[in-house]
Design a protein. Structure first.
Length: 202
């Protein structure tokens, strides 16, 4: 494992720990529940994902992709969820989902390059978009389980007046998936344009 990767993991973990302390000691004013602890604990677990991937699969990830993933964690999990920036800036949720869809495409483009080079353009498009949407669906399932088991409101099915009904109850989930699709489409287009341009120049 490269020293630059180890340093990046260390810095990201340190930033998460500092944010955790500030969250508990400065930001919160009421009782601290396990739910409130979960934002940063889950964030710490996510930080380990690139390292675990490299150790298990013996495949090195580019540093820019790792940093991009950490940007997503701090934007969505910490800023959006822990510090409630989603409430202050509603557009951040759409940005985070579109960005995640884009990032997933870049990840699969990197790990699947030897296989995809043998496939036609149609297969490549379907592969990238499907892989990204699958990750988005899995994330929505995680949110659903959190809402079901721990009475959370990740999927915004509860409003100030109580439970939402009809399309209003589905709106957040469907908007998230549409933003995932948008990010995946942009990422797929960018990856394939760069790849085929580079292929013609070789």
């Amino acid at each position: 494992m490269k020293k630059s990767h180890i340093l990046t993991y260390f810095i990201a973990t340190l930033m998460m720990c500092v944010s955790y302390v500030l969250f508990l000691e400065v930001y919160l004013s009421g009782p601290v529940t396990m739910y409130l602890h979960s934002f940063h604990l889950f964030g710490l677990a996510l930080i380990l994902l690139p390292m675990v991937f490299e150790l298990i699969f013996k495949k090195e990830l580019p540093l820019w992709l790792i940093i991009g993933f950490y940007v997503f964690i701090f934007m969505a999990q910490i800023g959006g969820s822990a510090y409630h920036l989603y409430n202050k800036f509603p557009a951040l949720d759409a940005i985070a989902h579109a960005y995640s869809g884009f990032l997933v495409v870049l990840f699969f483009a990197h790990i699947s390059k030897p296989i995809l080079e043998k496939q036609n353009l149609f297969y490549q498009v379907i592969y990238f978009i499907s892989a990204s949407i699958l990750v988005g669906v899995i994330w929505e399932v995680v949110e659903f389980l959190g809402d079901s088991w721990f009475s959370m409101n990740n999927q915004c099915y509860k409003g100030d007046a109580g439970l939402l009904v009809g399309q209003e109850a589905l709106r957040d989930t469907m908007q998230d998936l549409l933003c995932d699709l948008l990010g995946a489409t942009i990422g797929t287009g960018l990856v394939l344009i760069i790849y085929h341009k580079f292929k013609r120049e070789k």
